[in-house]
Ligand binder design. Structure first.
Ligand SMILES: O=C(O)CCC(=O)C(=O)O
Length: 247
């Protein structure tokens, strides 16, 4: 993660990295999504839900790992799903924002080190233009101190901003940022986006939703993202990787 990317992420609470996925990867992911939508029985059961099958490539994509290593340290994956929105389809209402001491939402930046806790990585598989209905973000709200006025916890708040991006772009944001789904408005293409959620290895927010069947069919290095919640491994390779002691 570059110093500029860190600065932008800390300032805004989200960061867009254009064209992370190659055209062939985008096509393969779209094909899996289309098959899940239209003919799921043609796939083995462990490829009918994300992050099984082709989608597994995103779990530990090198660009994702570079960013998460800086923002969180050692991570587990909490969930993975896709959205396919045509004109009029909505997303979740605005949520998040404000300082929070809960370990799942405790965004911090101290001495140049970010800790983002629960963090979402979105892959846009189609082009998105401002106004189409990409995710909305209230920049800086992950660090705001005062209660949010009700007229800003609505998708028409002028404080909510969004993005344009080419297919295959990645948006990473702290779940402590106020953010929202939006109504998809572009009749020329659907919004096809993958939402992956990660947390520090010692925390879990969501009730586990990835089935054991999907996990069992992942290769070992990806399966490790769904291990039990613990940090200390009695001298194992990752023991204390993110724990800073004063000697
Ligand atoms: O649907 C969207 O664009 C936003 C999804 C969302 O709110 C979330 O990932 O927490």
């Amino acid at each position: 993660m570059t110093e500029e990317q860190k600065f932008v992420f800390d300032l805004k609470g989200y960061l867009l990295i254009p064209e992370v996925l190659k055209p062939g990867e985008i096509d393969a992911l779209k094909e899996q999504i289309e098959t899940i939508r239209t003919n799921p029985e043609s796939l083995p059961p462990y490829e009918r839900r994300f992050p099984g099958g082709t989608a597994a490539m995103l779990i530990d994509h090198p660009v994702v790992m570079d960013i998460l290593d800086e923002l969180i340290g050692e991570v587990r994956m909490e969930s993975s799903w896709f959205t396919y929105r045509t004109v009029g389809d909505k997303g979740p209402e605005p949520h998040g924002g404000g300082r929070n001491i809960n370990p799942n939402f405790n965004y911090q930046c101290q001495n140049g080190k970010i800790y983002s806790a629960l963090t979402r990585v979105v892959f846009e598989l189609n082009e998105v233009e401002v106004g189409d209905g990409g995710t909305l973000f209230m920049s800086g709200s992950h660090k705001s101190n005062l209660p949010m006025p009700a007229n800003h916890r609505r998708i028409d708040s002028p404080l909510l901003e969004t993005y344009s991006c080419p297919p295959g772009s990645m948006i990473v944001f702290t779940e402590n940022l106020c953010h929202s789904g939006d109504v998809w408005k572009n009749p020329d293409r659907p919004r096809i986006a993958v939402f992956n959620c990660y947390n520090y290895v010692g925390c879990q927010f969501h009730r586990p939703s990835v089935s054991q069947e999907v996990i069992d069919h992942l290769p070992p290095e990806k399966k490790a993202f769904f291990r039990d919640i613990w940090v200390w491994n009695q001298g194992g390779p990752n023991s204390g990787k993110n724990i800073h002691y004063d000697d």
